[in-house]
Design a protein around this ligand. Structure first.
Ligand code: GRG
Length: 305
């Protein structure tokens, strides 16, 4: 299919993603040079540079560019959201949380470096994220903008953000019945909040107005929830395709998912609704400038893994 956006012009999404990811990877590499004490910096770099899709930083940069801001204005914040994302994955994988051995096809941080280093590497990444935003030499930027970004990021991570999502997730694991409201709470907090902050902070750095910030916030919230609904759908469709290979992981586990709570067809309908809602928020902006966000939502909705 032709990559047309709502203004009808051609946009090369894969190329855009690859170019931005490369820039982010370089900036992240430079943000954490290998130094004494070696182990913790090795561990930070191990997970930070392990080949994530960089959805959050790209969302941040694309939101900045949507209101005419240069990529360089958003880059420190883009790095910060990836640092936060990475630290949340390191801690999520720990034995006291999900106890996972593998992440992105490699041993998890604590498997490679031990639990103590993994906890500290996560802490250091979280701290560095805020330092990186506050210390960034984004010349000519009003300090109020940086303060708003710091507040936004803090809220996304804390006990009304990622931590809230993780707490409720853990509480639900031991529960017989999880309803749609609880499931949505978990996903909005564990996943959508940081995506939302990524977009909003990019928009703030780019000089977006309050109205523009709120549009992009709603876009990112829909897209974040969409991400999880699609994840749940893929779990089922992938598992039935690979049955035997992966032993039907989610069909046998007790984890609540959208298809389980509303049925596969309704879950697919819900995903389409969220995608349409996300795109609707973008109609407010210039079509060609909104193309990256428009296609990012499509990509999240229609990805195959
Ligand atoms: C944040 C202080 C603090 C503590 C951590 C563990 C925890 C609290 C929260 C859990 C957050 C979590 C693991 C959310 C799931 C996020 C998610 C959707 C991960 C997958 O994201 P992708 O597909 O991953 O963007 P890649 O590998 O591409 O980066």
């Amino acid at each position: 299919t032709m990559p047309l956006n709502h203004s009808g012009s051609v946009f090369h999404f894969e190329e855009y993603m690859a170019t931005k990811a490369e820039r982010v990877n370089k900036a992240l590499d430079e943000a954490v040079p290998l130094r004494h004490p070696l182990k913790v910096h090795e561990a930070m770099r191990y997970s930070l540079l392990a080949g994530g899709k960089r959805i959050r930083p790209i969302l941040c940069i694309a939101s900045c560019e949507l209101v005419g801001g240069d990529e360089s204005l958003a880059l420190p914040v883009a790095c910060a959201v990836e640092m936060i994302h990475t630290m949340s994955l390191i801690h999520d994988d720990l034995p006291c949380m999900d106890n996972d051995d593998l992440r992105r096809g490699k041993p998890t941080n604590h498997k490679a470096f031990g639990e103590a280093i993994a906890v500290l590497a996560g802490d250091a990444l979280l701290s560095l994220a805020f330092e990186h935003v506050a210390a960034a030499r984004t010349i000519d930027l009003p300090p109020e903008l940086v303060v708003r970004v710091v507040a936004e990021l803090g809220a996304a991570v804390g006990s009304d953000g990622l931590v809230a999502g993780q707490i409720v997730d853990i509480a639900c694991e031991g529960q017989q019945i999880v309803d749609l409201k609880e499931l949505e709470y978990i996903h909005v907090h564990k996943t959508a909040k940081l995506l939302e902050a990524s977009a909003v902070c990019g928009m703030i750095m780019g000089g977006g107005s309050m109205a523009e910030v709120e549009r992009v916030r709603r876009y990112a919230r829909c897209t974040g929830l969409l991400f999880q609904v699609v994840d749940d759908i893929l779990d089922i469709t992938k598992t039935s395709e690979e049955l035997g290979k992966t032993a039907g992981k989610d069909l046998v586990s007790d984890k609540a998912t959208y298809p389980k709570l509303m049925g596969l067809d309704k879950a697919k309908e819900f995903a389409e609704k969220l995608l349409a809602q996300a795109k609707e928020e973008l109609l407010y902006f210039d079509g060609s400038k909104a193309a990256p966000l428009y296609h990012l939502a499509d990509y999240i909705a229609h990805r195959q893994n």
